[in-house]
Design a binder for this molecule. Structure first.
Ligand SMILES: Cc1cc2nc3c(=O)[nH]c(=O)nc-3n(C[C@H](O)[C@H](O)[C@H](O)COP(=O)(O)O)c2cc1C
Length: 154
């Protein structure tokens, strides 16, 4: 959800210095995941089907994927959602950066109140806030471990 009007209210949920960041951002993206994986898969079939999905693709989203999800434990569903949220967030901030737009990924906020504040049904799970805006600051890249420290070759 792209939050503009409710940004001040949303900021109250942000912990510590995150409050300042959300308050001062013109726009905050509140990233939610859809906990109803079945419904989501069928929606993809419905929407994609309208764009001429093959029978095989329809079968995948209507039957195979829901059957796979049904085997997931609660922990696996949670991991799957969090992983998807991370991938979406990363792609989003890279696209924003490419457009010359600044952003910051924020995990530190009170998730238990996000749905109420933003009036979003409980089916959707809050994952991250991503503040979005332009900055005059010239930012220096953060330190990253050398590649050889994080890749093991055998
Ligand atoms: C999962 C995750 C949670 C984060 N949570 C916060 C946060 O609560 N507050 C914050 O200021 N930055 C948060 N960040 C942003 C990082 O501090 C950092 O700014 C961002 O990953 C960009 O990396 P860099 O600044 O080290 O280059 C988070 C980043 C990630 C990936």
């Amino acid at each position: 959800m792209v939050v503009r009007e409710k940004n001040a209210e949303l900021a109250k949920l942000a912990y510590g210095s995150n409050f300042e960041q959300v308050s001062s951002a013109p726009v905050t993206i509140a990233l939610f995941t859809d906990t109803d994986l079945d419904k989501r898969a069928r929606k993809i079939a419905r929407v994609g089907g309208a764009n001429n999905f093959s029978e095989e693709q329809l079968q995948y989203f209507m039957k195979n994927l829901p059957a796979e999800f049904a085997r997931y434990s609660e922990q696996q569903v949670s991991d799957y959602l969090a992983l998807n949220a991370g991938l979406v967030a990363m792609n989003l901030v890279l696209a924003l950066t490419d457009q010359g737009i600044g952003s910051n990924i924020i995990l530190g906020f009170d998730k238990s109140k996000a749905n109420e504040v933003l009036e979003i049904e409980d089916r959707f799970r809050p994952e991250l806030l991503i503040t979005v805006g332009y900055t005059d600051e010239k930012l220096e890249p953060s330190y990253r471990l050398p590649v050889d420290e994080i890749i093991e070759k055998r």
